[in-house]
Design a protein. Structure first.
Length: 250
């Protein structure tokens, strides 16, 4: 699929799609506490998305059975919500979701601590978020795509964390996943030149241990190979001639 440049009209629709998703994430974040099931988070998120008159774009995507990906501790992404999976004090939980507003997709992820968490877990969450902001310093018209990848890698590597290489960020628009792919690790080439009007989902997935991951037998849940915990931070952004616009932050 080709890289798309959004028109003024499309950008306005992307903005609204992303603004509503930011509100969903804000509500979901408030609901995180010990004792709730991962299925409850999915049901709440589905209700919020539909309450805005939107469609959850993860539901049935390539057969995914839920509206919110809920990934706990060593689960990196694509955790399937379950009634029996109860959040415990000290867990970290990554919520990844998106919605469709008038045909336009948004996509964002946050990792939350459940109750009191260890300082090391909090640091992993914080630095994963920070790495996103390091990356998007280069998300400007005229820069090259992999400057984003390299900046994320340079930032994360100083902490000895592992960067997940098997999953990457992506363009987004009338499809959830458009070109280009956006790795979170250093690239040999500099990648395509960025242009104003590109909308990109940039999403570092960072492990406390090594970056290697494997898939569980459900064919969805991605876990760290070494069992270390993992954090995820994602926003949909708009490339402009100046500073990038982060569309999924309120
Ligand atoms: Mg996502
Ligand atoms: Mg994404």
């Amino acid at each position: 699929m080709a890289v798309t440049i959004k028109s003024k009209r499309e950008i306005d629709l992307m903005r609204e799609s992303c603004r509503l998703l930011a509100k969903v994430h804000e509500e979901l974040g408030k609901a995180i506490e010990p004792g709730i099931s991962t299925l409850y988070i999915d049901q709440l998120g589905d209700k919020l998305i539909r309450g805005y008159g939107c469609i959850p774009n993860f539901l049935h995507y390539q057969g995914f059975p839920a509206s919110i990906c809920v990934s706990v501790n060593d689960e990196v992404v694509h955790g399937i919500p379950r009634k029996e999976r109860i959040l415990q004090e000290g867990d970290i939980v990554s919520l990844d979701c998106g919605l469709i507003y008038k045909g336009y997709h948004s996509d964002a992820a946050r990792t939350h601590g459940v109750g009191r968490i260890s300082p090391a877990a909090q640091k992993l969450i914080d630095e994963t978020r920070n790495s996103f902001f390091e990356g998007i310093k280069y998300a400007k018209a005229g820069r090259h795509l992999f400057e984003i990848s390299n900046a994320i890698d340079d930032y994360v590597s100083q902490f000895g964390y592992g960067i997940v290489e098997d999953l990457v960020g992506h363009g987004i628009g009338t499809s959830l996943h458009e070109d280009p792919q956006i790795p979170n690790f250093r690239q040999k080439r500099r990648g395509m030149k960025l242009r104003a009007g590109m909308t990109l989902a940039i999403e570092p997935m960072i492990n406390m241990g090594r970056g290697d991951v494997e898939w569980l037998d459900d064919d969805w849940t991605v876990v760290t190979e070494d069992g270390s915990i993992s954090a995820h931070y994602e926003n949909t952004i708009l490339v402009t001639d100046g500073e990038p616009e982060i569309l999924t932050l309120l």
